[in-house]
Design a protein around this ligand. Structure first.
Ligand code: F6P
Length: 555
C-alpha cells in the first residue's frame, strides 16, 4: 500500500472510493436530502440507552455511510478496538496501554495489562476514595485545628484539571451536602491568589493532582498553597491534614512532603486527558458524593460496552469519528464547533480541546512518516444561546464550513424556570434547522417584500439576506444533565478520538509536542531569574527577554 502525499488522503481503495463518491455528492443540499426521504431521521439516528445521536443533518447519503464504514473496516478499526480493550500497548511511542475503560468497568470482567488483571487495584483505590469522600463530607476528616472541611482546592493542570473542573461545573445541582470545590491551574499567581482570597485555612483541603508530579505549574501552585497554609496556621504539621495528592509517582509525592498514606494512586496506562475517572476525579466525588460519582462511571461504562460490542454501522463513537473524517479530509474543514445547550457544560469545549487536539494533533503516522492528510481539526465552542449572539454569524454566512455538535439536555434542574428551558431547547433545535436549510433567494425576496421593500432597495439588500444553508450538524440529546448522562457524553468523545486516530494512523495517546515549549520555558526562567538573556536564543527572543527584564526593573 502506498500513500499519496499530494492528494490529502491515503492512497487506498476505500479512500479512493470515498473521494470519488464525495465528488458525486458534495453538491447535494441538505434540504433536498431531507425533502426526498421522510424517514431520514430514523435512518440517520442512533441511541445508546437514554442518549440520542441524531446525524440526519449531515451531507451524506446511505452510500456515503457505506463508504465511510468501508474506510473504518479497511483501517481495521475493529481490530484496534479489540487491542485497546485487551490492554495492548496502543500508545506505541511510550510503550503503554490506554485502559481508562478499566477505571469505570462495572461488569465484573477482568481487564488486563501485561497479563495482570488491573481491576483489583482499581477497586482498591475506589474504595479508599469512597472512605475519604465520606469522611470529608461527613465531617470525620477534620483540619489541623479540628474544624470540618468546607472548601476543597484542586491544584492540577491539563488532564489533571480540565476533566474534574468541567464535571464539577456540570454537576453543580448535585453538590448539596458537599464542600465547595475550587480549581487552580494557571501558574499566573492571580489564579491562586484569587482562589485563596476569602478561604479559611482551617477549613480548606488541597488536592494536588499530577500524574507525573513534576509539572512546573502544579508544583509551584502547590508550594505556594502550602506556604499560605503553614503561614496562616503557624504549624508545619498542618500540611498532613490539609494536603492530599493524586499521582502515579509515590516518591515525588513523598519528596514534596505529602504523606504517601494520603496519596490516591493511578497508573501509567491512564493518559492524563483520559483520567477524570481515576482518582483525578476525587474533587467530583467530594462535591457530589460517592453514589453520584459512581453514576458518572456507570454512564461511561455503558458507552464502553456500546463501543466495544456494537457493529460499526450502529456504533455512535465510530459514526461521530467517521463524520469528522468526512468533513476534515474530504471537505477540508479546519475546525469543529461544540455547542452545548446547557450552561453548566460551559467547560466542555475546553475539555474537548485537550481531548481531541492533544490526542490527534499529530503529523507523524504509525510508520514514523509525515502524514499527507489532515488530522485533528481545531475544536472550539461556547454554550448556546450565548454563542448565537457572538460567532454564529460565521457559522451561518461565513466562508468556512464548520461542522457543529449541538449537545442538548432537555430537562433543566430549575423547575421554577421551565419556560427558560423551553426557550433553550427551541433555540438549539432552531439553530440546527437554520444551519441545515438556510434561506433561499426566493424566500429572502418574499420576506423583504413583506417588509415593504421593492425595486433597487430590495435588490441591494437581497444577497445579504440569503443564507446558503447546507451546514452540517449532529445533535447529542440527553433527557437531563445527570452524572450518568455526563459520563456517557464524555466517553463517546473519548472513543470517537480513538477511532479517528486509527483512521489517520496516528498515536492518540502521546503528547510530545508540548515538551519543547516546556524545556525552553525552563531556560528562559533561569535567565529571567539571573537578570540577563542567555546566548542560545535567536535575536528576537533575546530582545524580548531584555524588554521584559527592563519592564520588571531588572534589566
Ligand atoms: O503539558 C501537557 C501535559 O503533559 C498533559 O498531557 C497533562 O494532562 C498535563 O501536562 C499535566 O500533567 P501532570 O498530570 O503530570 O501534572
Amino acid at each position: 500500500m502506498t500513500d499519496n502525499r499530494t492528494t490529502g488522503i491515503p492512497d487506498t481503495p476505500a479512500w479512493r472510493a470515498l473521494a470519488a463518491h464525495h465528488r458525486e455528492v458534495r453538491g447535494l443540499h441538505l434540504r433536498e436530502l431531507l425533502a426526498r426521504d421522510p424517514r431520514r431521521f430514523e435512518r440517520f439516528s442512533r441511541r445508546v440507552g437514554e442518549l440520542l445521536f441524531d446525524f440526519s443533518r449531515h451531507r451524506i447519503t446511505e452510500e456515503s455511510l457505506e463508504r465511510l464504514l468501508a474506510l473504518a473496516r479497511e483501517a481495521d478499526v475493529e481490530g484496534w478496538r479489540a487491542r485497546l480493550f485487551a490492554g495492548e500497548r496502543v500508545n506505541f511511542t511510550e510503550g503503554r496501554a490506554a485502559l481508562h475503560m478499566a477505571l469505570r468497568n462495572r461488569s465484573g470482567r477482568p481487564m488486563t495489562v501485561d497479563g495482570e488483571d488491573v481491576m483489583p487495584k482499581v477497586r482498591a483505590v475506589l474504595a479508599r476514595m469512597r472512605d475519604f469522600v465520606e469522611a470529608v463530607r461527613g465531617g470525620a476528616w477534620r483540619g489541623h485545628t479540628g474544624r470540618p472541611i468546607t472548601d476543597v482546592v484542586h491544584i492540577g493542570i491539563g488532564g489533571s484539571d480540565l476533566g474534574p473542573r468541567m464535571a464539577c461545573e456540570a454537576l453543580r445541582p448535585y453538590g448539596g451536602g458537599g464542600p465547595r470545590v475550587h480549581f487552580v491551574a494557571n501558574v499566573d499567581g492571580a489564579d491562586l491568589a484569587d482562589t485563596l482570597a476569602g478561604l479559611d485555612p482551617e477549613r480548606t483541603l488541597f488536592v494536588v493532582a499530577s500524574k507525573t508530579f513534576s509539572t512546573l505549574e502544579t508544583l509551584a501552585n502547590a508550594r505556594s498553597a502550602r506556604a499560605w497554609l503553614v503561614g496562616r496556621l503557624g504549624a508545619e504539621e498542618a500540611v498532613g491534614r490539609h494536603f492530599v495528592a493524586v499521582s502515579t509517582h509515590r516518591e515525588r509525592v513523598a519528596a514534596f512532603g505529602i504523606d504517601p498514606e494520603h496519596m490516591f494512586a493511578f497508573w501509567d496506562w491512564v493518559g492524563g486527558r483520559y483520567s477524570m475517572w481515576s482518582a483525578i476525579g476525587l474533587p467530583i466525588a467530594l462535591q457530589v458524593g460517592w453514589e453520584r460519582f459512581e453514576e458518572l462511571l456507570e454512564g461511561a461504562h455503558e458507552v464502553d460496552e456500546h463501543f466495544r460490542t456494537a457493529p460499526l454501522a450502529d456504533n455512535v463513537p465510530a459514526l461521530m469519528a467517521l463524520l469528522g473524517v468526512w468533513y476534515v479530509n474530504l471537505f477540508g474543514a479546519a475546525t469543529h464547533a461544540v455547542l452545548p445547550y446547557a450552561e453548566r457544560l460551559r467547560r466542555l469545549p475546553a475539555y474537548l480541546q485537550q481531548l481531541e487536539m492533544e490526542s490527534n494533533g499529530k503529523r507523524i503516522d504509525r510508520e514514523g512518516r509525515a502524514v499527507g492528510w489532515r488530522t485533528a481539526p481545531v475544536v472550539w465552542g461556547e454554550p448556546g444561546t450565548n454563542g448565537q449572539h457572538a460567532f454564529f454569524q460565521l457559522l451561518h454566512q461565513g466562508t468556512e464550513l464548520v461542522p457543529c455538535d449541538f449537545i442538548l439536555a432537555v430537562e433543566g434542574h430549575e423547575p421554577e424556570l421551565a419556560h427558560h428551558q423551553r426557550m433553550l431547547v427551541a433555540n438549539c433545535i432552531a439553530q440546527a434547522e437554520a444551519l441545515m436549510r438556510g434561506r433561499t433567494e426566493d424566500e429572502a425576496r418574499r420576506e423583504l417584500e413583506a417588509e415593504g421593500l421593492a425595486g433597487e432597495a430590495l435588490e441591494r439588500l437581497l444577497p445579504h439576506r440569503v443564507f446558503p444553508g447546507n451546514r452540517p450538524s449532529s445533535l447529542i440529546v440527553v433527557p437531563k444533565l445527570t452524572p450518568r448522562a455526563l459520563g456517557m457524553i464524555v466517553a463517546l468523545y473519548e472513543h470517537k478520538v480513538f477511532v479517528q486516530s486509527v483512521i489517520w494512523r496516528i498515536n492518540a495517546f502521546d503528547q510530545w509536542g508540548v515538551e519543547l515549549g516546556k524545556r525552553l520555558a525552563g531556560t528562559v526562567l533561569a535567565e529571567l531569574e539571573a537578570g540577563a538573556p542567555g546566548e542560545g536564543h535567536d535575536p528576537a527572543t533575546r530582545a524580548l527577554i531584555g524588554h521584559c527584564l527592563r519592564l520588571a526593573g531588572r534589566g
